[in-house]
Design a protein around this ligand. Sequence first.
Ligand code: M6R
Length: 610
Amino acid sequence: MCGIVGYVGDQQCAPILLDGLKRLEYRGYDSAGTAIYDGAGIDVRRAVGKLRNLEKAIDEAKPQGSVGIGHTRWATHGRPSEVNAHPHLIGDVAVVHNGIIENHLALRARLVERGATITSDTDTEIVAHLIDQRVREGADIEAAVRGALGEVRGAYALAVLSAKEPDRLVVAKSASPLVLGLGEGEAFCGSDIPALLPYTRDMIFLEDGEMAVLERGKATITTLAGAAVERAPQRIDWSPVMAEKAGFKHFMLKEIHEQPRAMEDTLRGRLDRENGDIHGLEIGLSDEDARGIERVYLLACGTSYHAAMTGRYLIERLAKVPATVEIASEFRGRDPIIGPGDLVVAVSQSGETLDTLIAAKEAKSRGAKVLAIVNVIGSAIPRAADAAFYTHAGPEIGVASTKCFTTQLANLLMFSVWLGRRRGALDADQTRALVEDMARLPHLMRDVLLGTRQLVANLAKRYNEARDVLFLGRGMSFPIALEGALKLKEISYVHAEGYAAGEMKHGPIALIDSSVPVLVLCPKDPWYERTLSNLQEAKAREAMVIAIATEGDEEVRDVAHDLVEIPEVRTELTPFLTVLPLQLYSYYVADFKGTDVDQPRNLAKTVTVE
Ligand code: M6R
């Protein structure tokens, strides 16, 4: 994980580096550091813990200089400590790194044999030694980095500063994200777009196996082998304000409330209401391709996996194509039977999740076509895929994914309708009706958020002492139950489980007693009657039952202890609405507990390790 940032220009770079690191802190927050060329040498400041500790150190030391690099860390090799924090300064060379150097132990042994003193437990320090060695032998910094990377195996996004050539930074990338930004007389690098947004919107995405020399207003890109690469900057239309908290206490709460807007942006230009169809999907498939698909494989992790699970229901229901969903990290290891005729849909907010990236590449290498449903433009998964169908949720900063989940659902629904229409599983009237209903989603979501917010906050307050919480749902509500449990676990550290409601009697029912709140998703859908029976079974075991049900459902009102109502919508739209009170519930429980909602312990926003 980790976040890196770099600046070369004429402004004082300490505030720019700190600002970039603040925006990257979601990627890791166990220590942070900066290296700035101050005219005489490289000034390194490092601090363990949250970024405010580094901020304090910099405030005291006030390093001066207009070229520098910074890092926020999520430990992979070596515990969080100052000595393991980046940047690593060896001789005249400072390095920040995101990724894992797989052969670091062998390289470490070789360096020690040659007399190097290695002070940290990190793989990054090894790279710094390899570069420094070459600089001491007379190589310029670009050649030294190129040479060192020739010895290294693994994943990296690196930024390197040398006191011998203080007007430039050298950066390189392999399997970890790195974005370059260009401004008037200045250049930047960062692990993602929001880190650079306040300074420039002109960005270049470095590809794997490439490096670049950043100088004032200029980025010279080459392959690791030294071949020149021409790549013009892309203009990014996210505004910096989209990455601020906008008055909300936490990014997560802001992002929950942004969902109607994110939905509008994601549906815009894709719902053809005039002709009652879906159009303009960047999915790289012709109508004929759509008819030729034999099976859809959905691959994802975490919350995106729950979206993919919902996608399976949508694809089978609306397009009548067999669909399989799999946790990306499990896919590769089992030698999957997949090939031409299969369409793989890789779902990811960040587009950088290594498990999903590897699974998508594996599927592609076996002849399947890969479609990426991703939020971050130009990230690794869409680059590895045959086509990218972006959600337009804007930057998601809270580690707990919310608006990206519902916009992933939107893309999966649009794709299913498009596919169903092309394959003749949906006729013109059915398609038109679906399109009309989808167009109402932003408005419906806004109503649910405003209408349930206070009630859910009260419930969260009432039940926030519970040590265990169950979430139950059937059919399309099953993945939503899983998602509700994941949200609660990750930000409030409360033990929560999501179950298929019908599975409860096969074991989990033993967990139930009067201390366990059970949230039951029972909207009016094809599974309603059976879910209601499960709700009653939970109540009979003295659970505190909170039902998320359709407005006006008197039957549920009579049985449940608490009722959160959502408007009546067609089955395919229920997940978009039922998930909203669950997101709010986990948020308020966590907030009452006083946990670090946006940066929960042990987690990172983007998981670029296997
Ligand atoms: O960026 P991705 O969607 O590929 O990330 C996948 C998971 O790491 C992510 O959804 C994770 O589970 C979130 N923290 C959930 O809120």
